[in-house]
Design a protein around this ligand. Sequence first.
Ligand code: PRX
Length: 629
Amino acid sequence: MDDYRKMYEKSVNPETAEAFWGEQATRFIDWIRPFDTVRMGGFEVGDHAWFVGGQMNVSSSCLDKHLPKLASKPAIVWEADEPGTCETLTYLDVLHGTCRIANALKVTGAAKGDFVTIYMPMMPDTAMAMLACTRIGAPHTVVFAGFTASSLRDRILDSQSKWVLTSDVGKRGSKTIKLKEITDAAVSQCPKVQKIFVFKRTGEEVPTNRDVDVHMDELLPKMRPYCPPTPVAAEDTLFTLYTSGSTGKPKGVAHAAAGYLLQAAMTCLYSFDLRETDVFACVADVGWITGHSYIVYGPLCNGATTVMFESVPTYPDPGRYWDLVDRHGVTVFYTAPTAIRALMAHGEAPVKKYSRASLRILGTVGEPINPEAWRWYYEVVGDKRCSIVDTYWQTETGGHVMTPLPGVTPMKPGSCCLPFFGVVPKVLDSQTGAELRETAVDGVLAFGQSWPGACRTVWGDHERYMNTYLLPYPPNYFTGDGCRRDEDGYFWIMGRIDDVLNTSGHRIGTAEVESALVAHQAVAQAATVGYPHDIKGQGICCYLELTKGYEESPELIKELKGAVRSAIGPFATPDLIIAVPLPKTRSGKIMRRILRKVAAGEESQLGDVTTLADPTVVDALITKVKKVQ
Ligand code: PRX
């Protein structure tokens, strides 16, 4: 901890920060031209910039940098949807694959600065396609391969992509997703798209349009397996990634090449204590920021072996993750609390069937982890011998901004602990914006100064960037999250501000209520929302999925209300408890917006529900809520 504190101090103190970050940037990035200035600008006007004057190439810092030493080291281990089907690509294989795709893009006409949309499944070609874009200095926009044609169209149009990369189909949990068909439907409304590059996943027959389609299985073997890296400026846009705001259309969050890469690589190294022998499995999808930073850029920049997992945790059975761990000797495993809770509902047997002896570190990301799930992860999955790293960050932050360091930071179940290097967390009063300086306080979470991985703009709409992040509490970056800092200075994320309830003048984190509920064995998953309540201001409505074998009954509902009451206090007693299948996105995130609207009786204003894994749950939800209310 002393070392952490010293390094942290160096990273944020204005007198030492430039030397600190200059050193880190030199350590992780191969500079083609050295930078002149470590940082410039700030959050005041949103012109913060890092490593100005420097030129580099992201793919060469992830691949060429490791050669020839790591040429035959596995870079990507692919675990396909079909259990037992896998493929290993060495660093040299990945460089060759990346360069072939880069050359294919170039001969077809793609050039530096052109946006490329990637709509592909979880296969090695996807990672190489991303790296190929960086090779030629073309920013990529990866669209999660579970999005619909209209969402894909909107992202292609917003980014003005001229080039789209896809595959014949995608596979997930034995289901086939017709990616080429969906791409055709999207592109038919995108007049600027010149070519669709089609990779083969299964090789099945798909619709073809010879004028537009480029068949990669025919073109790639003709391409030279080397392509010189195009130098890009440190601040050039590496990629945009669309993320939902609380209102309006998704924002294209834009990241800068050098700062982002440094954030991804450095957090990957420190948060996961990455070593040469590690096999790192981040089981997210590359279509989300977690996949960008911790499947592709972070691990590869560190010369690690990264696992790409195409399937879902319960296919063909709930032991799939642990089977993956044993077969590939995974040492660091990184997933979301949602997955942990889903697996918890199946009990310990599917975990205990596998040895998991290789595991060293277990990470979690994406939402607050309730202490119950944390303990299950620690005790059942990790056999009480693996560190748990609860990593807090956002699409906008590029990489972790608050996290324990494994083996260093004393853990507290449910807390993301302490800030990462360069990050200055501030707890603010949500009304006045005043910084709350006492140690133990509740407030909104903001960051006081730029860190290298902070997003630089919302693509094409800098005003929206300013309004969303930098102007609500100037001169800070506003996270949109509520948080608590405890007496030890540890941070606890309470969920999005709009997920914090105020009932009878009491502020209650929805996460707290949910944690109390899922601590009950009858509850597999819970989501709490506020709804207008005549007397209390906001009432507490809890939606939940019951553990297999439990039935909803008045007795059980009473018991659950009692569980929340005794865990938090009488003021937190839920007004409504409704057992119903929860509306989730394909990545497993609960769409609280829908739950809030339905609880508030605003089902006519649900907005876009196309990203739901199963849109039919919405009707079931509305019917059930009407019956209960
Ligand atoms: O509310 C926080 C929650 O996820 C939000 C960011 O979502 P997204 O941009 O989709 O990125 C997800 C992957 C980084 C945050 O504003 N969140 C993320 N990690 C945690 C978390 N909440 C609590 N604890 C975390 N570890």
